[in-house]
Design a protein around this ligand. Structure first.
Ligand code: ZN
Length: 234
């Protein structure tokens, strides 16, 4: 079935991801559009990404990456950013993580939960990271537990929909006019990106990544740039 436009019958979104920069590697152009439309978006990150900067001790890298995430989030209109303190690169779908995710959902009372792709491979030969897969499983379990316990009612803090940012899209957001903001947002992760690929200027890395994720798809949205999501529940 052809992907459909992302639903618009909501006002509050909670983005749940494993690491700093996860929102910027896919969905931040859509987030920029949503906040420009007056919707509220909050980010909750399982870890502070403290293991992610080679050669930098975790106790230094964690605060650096949190600060980069806050600046990046502000660019796309997100001022509520929380870090749950789970260990970067050792995220496991256990009861503690599921409880923390469920607690975040209850506190933020979103209509829509959006998390990062948790499938095995982004593309053939491009495996996903264990942290992303474990975290996605935990989000699904927390979502199901909430719905099983109390039904679906955003007013009571229970989301009506769960999507993943995904290469296997069922829904898309037309991000015309928001791609540059997404490039700006990813480029805020400058310390991280400059160590990841010292040979390529940070802004060039950010542009290449964002333009790949937001690439127009045949037959969708008049050839405009889009961000893809997969509806996971209900
Ligand atoms: Zn990540």
């Amino acid at each position: 079935m052809a992907p459909e436009p992302f639903p618009t019958n909501w006002t509050r979104c909670l983005v749940l991801v494993a690491h700093p920069d996860d929102p910027e590697y896919g969905m931040s152009a859509a987030v920029a559009r949503w906040t420009a439309e007056g919707r509220s978006v909050a980010y909750v990150l399982a870890s502070s990404g403290e293991a992610g900067i080679e050669g930098m001790p975790p106790e230094v890298a964690g605060p650096v990456r949190e600060e980069e995430q806050r600046r990046s989030s502000a660019i796309v209109g997100v001022d509520r950013v929380e870090f749950l303190g789970f260990p970067d690169s050792r995220i496991v779908n256990d009861a503690e993580l599921r409880d923390a995710v469920a607690d975040s959902i209850r506190r933020h009372r979103p209509d829509v939960v959006v998390s990062l792709f948790s499938g095995d491979e982004f593309a053939p030969g491009q495996p996903n990271q264990s942290d992303h897969m474990e975290f996605g499983e935990a989000v699904g379990a927390a979502y199901d537990d909430l719905v099983a316990a109390v039904g679906v009612d955003a007013a009571e803090g229970r989301p009506q929909m769960w999507f993943e940012s995904s290469p296997e899209m069922t829904h898309y957001v037309d991000v015309s006019g928001f791609v540059e903001l997404a490039v700006d947002a990813l480029a805020e992760h400058s310390e991280y990106l400059s160590v990841l690929d010292p040979a390529t200027p940070v802004r060039d890395q950010a542009r290449a990544q964002v333009e790949q994720v937001c690439a127009p798809r045949d037959g969708l949205s008049d050839g405009n740039p889009v961000v893809g999501f997969r509806r996971m529940r209900p």
